[in-house]
Write a protein that binds this ligand. Sequence first.
Ligand code: SF4
Ligand code: SF4
Length: 314
Amino acid sequence: MKNSSENFAGVDPVIAKQTIVDFCKKRGALAVGVPDLDTIERIAPPGHRPTDLMPRVKSVISLGVGGQTRGAWQLPAKAMAYSGSTEVRAYSAAYACAFFIEQKFGAPSAYVPPDLDPEGGPRVPLQSLKLHAELAGIGARSFAGDILLHPEFGFMYYASVFTELELPADQPMADNPCPAPSCVSMYRSIGRTPCMKFCPAQCLEGEVDEQGRQKKSRYDMALCAELTQEYETVPKMLAEAVRDEVRSRGAEGLLDPDRKMLWYKVSAGSGAWFAQCFECMRVCPLATQAPQADVISRTEPVRAAAIASQTKKD
Ligand code: SF4
Ligand code: SF4
């Protein structure tokens, strides 16, 4: 890495990183980290490396925002696709962060599109935001189809920023919180963890070793996709329109007033473009019961302090 004098005029990388972390946290991020760029470049396949999108990138910033509210976990799968996802909040924070770095440090920066690679088919992203977050140490791969989990915040949504500013890198987590102790107990008793047992598509398999750590993990993405497409409203609608033998009727379907609302939602960045059925996370003790897994647990001390102060006054 360049030393600070070679970085953007007068910018100290350590101070700059802390300033960026503080900014992202003010914007709603619970965790922020900087993955090692060389490691991403080595692991990501050609065409999906940071330098493939932004040739002069020097650092990647990964941030995670909290997942759904505690109440949302009560909703059925068909509603979770709309109410359970907070990724748009992560994307807004990352967008703001890119603007902030340019304004504060004068370093060219870009919000990393979480979108699919138009040349790569329907399930290949331009970049693996998951890889960025994992190497930044703000999430670890779980038995539930590699969904990243955090020991403190449980299930988060992630977003990334590229910048020409050089920032010191973080390390991946030393210990993976998945499987949780109660999952190890279940595995010892029935040979499966809760996510494996309750996945309706039965697309998760894995082995836990003697020390209670992940030994092997297998995720059948096609099975998961087949099941969750049920909740992917827009792709389902397009598939129906394209299959329509009478093309004029297919076009009519796309312009149906009831469906226009979906196009609006897509343009606004929501609307179940992609879904998961959430059952693997609904039964996951980390996703739902990590110490700061939801807003209620994160704000508990504030409410307790308010009650204590009120009691003192009384
Ligand atoms: S999203 Fe649903 S189908 Fe996919 S792995 Fe999780 S529980 Fe299984
Ligand atoms: S339920 Fe959660 S913590 Fe337990 S094994 Fe599955 S993903 Fe890991």
